[in-house]
Structure formats: structure tokens, C-alpha cells
Write a protein that binds this ligand. Structure first.
Ligand code: 7TS
Length: 405
């Protein structure tokens, strides 16, 4: 049975609140989505009745906790169509997943003179870790340019690919532009020169089907908090053959096989990469977040969000002096914009006073801002629980900002 919009909205209690004495319009979903009731209840239940440590105890609560924790791993594996469960590794978020890949893959594979390709539109989390490992190993980070429409320049990409390239890492969807990148094609091209490919799926995981076998990506990273789940939990998927060869990331409990003072041997996947007590409650609640997404269905989510994107694009394009940054046809429900006389920060502040939450700034994509010669944008990002009435409030709000200036 499909839920109607009122039923969907009632699953997200935060949608019922007011800010500055007006009902909240939440349009900052690319930064973090709101949390659904099954996730909130799961966290609550865990700390009320189920809290203990996992993977270590023989007692009831520890075994039950371990079972639930591992059930999320199975759920994630199904969700992304991972061929094995043990190639799903829990981290703190996309940022930690990419740092882990860069550090451990880098130490394994990178040599002096090797190249890593990333695009101009990457989030800093998909730039800085590569710079850090490149510096350590004597490799180079090279930029894949983008077009004026905000698309990856595939001709330039092809010309940059050569046997020295060991890794290509790009966002599936750009957080600042909303561009959906043709990653399947890009992965195939990278593999033709023997390079591995990392997909930053932070912005796609809750909005479109992500199938690691269909994409044939070598690594995939995403965050639970952008998919209605808790903060502090993320996922790294990697191909088993590479993960098995990679050295561990952090040392500590759980990741070991045998420890002596002289030497340690390491545990098998996935534990080799999961040192220390994880965010147990968060990982368990991620399963509830995935179940929630499945209950709506990713096809339905895409359909609802495309409708919102089209409606908002049309309305916002009609505002004189407003320019949308990122004009490709292949877009998710993210609209970055600038206005002739108002700085993005002022747009954000004046909208906030009207109860409308958007994000302003460089969105952790400074090279992208430089590419478009702007210091910042205002960004509205939509989710299936948003409505056309809320978009009308955004558009009226922007018109008021214009009048103010
Ligand atoms: N990659 C992309 C494409 C992102 O959009 C983000 C977060 C990250 C990586 C980092 O994710 P984290 O969960 O580890 O922090 N993006 C945003 C944003 O657009 N506004 O706030 C956070």
C-alpha cells in the first residue's frame, strides 16, 4: 500500500515543529535528512532496554546486540546489492569511509608518480584525503574539469586516463549542483586503464537505486544521516579482493586475530576495518532507515523528488535576477542559486526568519565555487516529504528577499 503525503509527513515528527513562530519548511536535506519514527524508536528502545557491548560478551544482551548489528550489515548488503556481506564495513560516515580507502588503498597501491583523478565538483571529503595520501606516497591528484552546465567533461576525463592513474574518485551526485554523474560509464573507462574507482554516494544513496555490482565500482561510501538514519554511522563497501589485501586503518579491539607485544595478526573482513566499540545503536537503527526507504520505494522517491525539482526549477527560474548554478538535465532535487543584489548568506538569514531552512556557503566544495567564479551559493535541497506548498513558501520568501534589497 502506498502512503499518501500526509502519512509520509507524519512519519517525520520534526516536520510538525515551528521555528521563529512559523511552521518549519525544511529544505536542507542534502546536508542531513530528517529522521523517521522507526529510527527514533529504534534508538530509544536500544538505550532503554538493549544497551550493552557487542562481539565480546557471552551474555544474552551482548549476543542479541551482536545479532541485530550484523542484521544491519546484511540489510545494507541487500540494499546496495553487495555480493558478500563481509565487504560492508561500518564507519562514522562518508568522510571516514573515504579517508579509510585513501589511506589503506594508498599505502597498498600508490607509488611515486602515480595519479589520482577527482573532479572539480567534489566535496572536500573527496579531495583532502586523496591529497594527504598523495603527499605521503609521492603521487599526484589531478582534476577532471567540468562544463558550464555543471557536468563532468567526459572528453577531458578520457584524455586524462592513462596507466599511471591508480584511482578515480567522484561523487555519484554533486551536493552543490545536484548533477547526477554518469558513473557507470566513467567506471568502465577507468577500468580500461587498470584504475580503481571510488563512488561517493553520500547524495545518491537515499534518492536513487545504487547497485554496486551493476556499477562495478571498486569502493562506495555513504552516510546514514543523509538517509533518515542517525549521525555518526557510515558505510564503506569495497571489492573483497582489494579489501583483503589492504592494510588495516586503525588498531584496537575487534580488528585483531592474535596480539603479542612483538606483533599482531589481523582479523578477517569486515572486522579488520572496525577497530573499537562502534556506534551500536546507530548501526542497528540504520536497518530501520533502510526498511523505511524500501517501504516507500526508491522508484517512488525518485518520482516524487523529480516532481518537486521541476516545480521548484520552474518557479525559481521566473524570479528576475536569480541564477541557478548547475543546469544539467540529469539532476537530483538540489537547486543552488545566486541573486544579483543579495549575498547568499543574507538570503539564508532572511529565509530563516520566515521559517525556511536552506543552506548557504561553499557547501564544502571550494574548487567548484572557484570554477563558477562565485564565493558561495544559496542551496535548497528537497526530499519526498516536501510539498509544492512548501516550495511556494520558498519562492514567496525569495521574492521578499528581493524586495528587501
Ligand atoms: N560527499 C558528499 C557528496 C557530501 O554531500 C557530503 C556531505 C560528504 C561527502 C560528507 O559526508 P559526511 O556525512 O561524512 O559529513 N555534504 C554536506 C552538504 O552538502 N551540506 O552539509 C554536508
Amino acid at each position: 500500500m502506498t502512503k499518501n503525503i500526509e502519512q509520509i509527513r507524519s512519519d517525520f515528527p520534526e516536520l510538525e515543529r515551528s521555528v521563529h513562530n512559523v511552521p518549519l519548511v525544511y529544505l536542507d536535506n542534502a546536508a542531513s535528512t530528517l529522521k523517521c519514527l522507526p529510527v527514533i524508536n529504534s534508538i530509544n528502545n536500544h538505550y532503554r532496554l538493549d544497551a550493552s557491548n557487542i562481539h565480546r560478551g557471552v551474555h544474552y544482551l551482548s549476543e542479541e546486540g551482536t545479532k541485530k548489528f550484523e542484521e544491519t550489515r546484511e540489510e545494507v548488503a541487500r540494499f546496495i546489492n553487495s555480493p558478500e556481506v563481509e565487504t560492508v564495513i561500518f564507519t562514522k560516515g562518508t568522510t571516514e569511509s573515504i579517508n579509510l580507502i585513501a589511506e589503506c588503498f594508498g599505502r597498498l597501491e600508490l607509488e611515486k608518480g602515480d595519479e589520482i583523478l577527482i573532479s572539480t565538483m567534489e566535496h572536500h571529503s573527496n579531495i583532502v584525503p586523496w591529497q594527504m595520501i598523495a603527499e605521503k606516497m609521492g603521487a599526484k591528484v589531478i582534476e577532471i574539469p567540468i562544463t558550464d552546465l555543471g557536468e563532468i567533461d567526459l572528453v577531458a576525463y578520457k584524455s586524462l586516463l592513462n596507466p599511471k592513474v591508480k584511482m578515480v574518485s567522484t561523487a555519484h551526485i554533486s551536493n552543490s549542483l545536484g548533477t547526477i554523474n554518469p558513473i557507470k560509464e566513467m567506471i568502465k573507462m577507468a577500468h580500461e586503464v587498470g584504475a580503481k574507482f571510488t563512488v561517493d554516494a553520500a547524495q545518491s544513496i537515499a534518492h536513487m537505486k545504487v547497485d554496486v555490482q551493476e556499477l562495478d565500482c571498486d569502493f562506495l561510501a555513504f552516510s546514514s544521516h543523509k538517509m533518515f538514519g542517525p549521525t555518526g554511522v557510515g558505510v564503506l563497501y569495497g571489492k573483497k579482493e582489494i579489501l583483503n589485501r589492504m592494510p588495516p586503518y586503525q588498531g584496537g579491539g575487534d580488528m585483531i586475530d592474535v596480539v603479542t607485544i612483538e606483533k599482531t595478526t589481523y582479523n578477517d573482513l569486515p572486522h579488520k576495518f572496525e577497530a573499537g566499540t562502534p556506534h551500536i545503536a546507530g548501526v542497528i537503527a540504520l536497518k530501520d532507515a533502510i526498511n523505511y526507504i524500501n517501504s516507500i520505494g526508491l522508484d517512488e522517491i525518485s518520482r516524487l523528488e523529480s516532481e518537486l525539482l521541476n516545480y521548484a526549477t520552474e518557479g525559481m527560474s521566473s524570479i528576475d535576477g536569480l541564477e541557478i548554478i548547475g543546469k544539467t538535465k540529469s539532476k537530483s532535487a538540489v537547486i543552488s542559486f545566486v541573486m544579483k543584489d543579495a549575498h547568499p548568506h543574507d538570503i539564508g538569514t532572511l529565509l530563516d526568519k520566515q521559517g525556511i531552512a536552506i543552506r548557504t556557503g561553499h557547501h564544502c566544495t571550494q574548487p567548484l565555487m572557484k570554477r563558477f567564479n562565485i564565493p558561495a551559493t544559496a542551496r535548497a535541497s528537497f526530499c519526498f516529504y516536501n510539498t509544492k506548498e512548501e516550495i511556494d513558501r520558498l519562492i514567496n520568501g525569495i521574492k521578499k528577499v528581493k524586495e528587501f534589497f
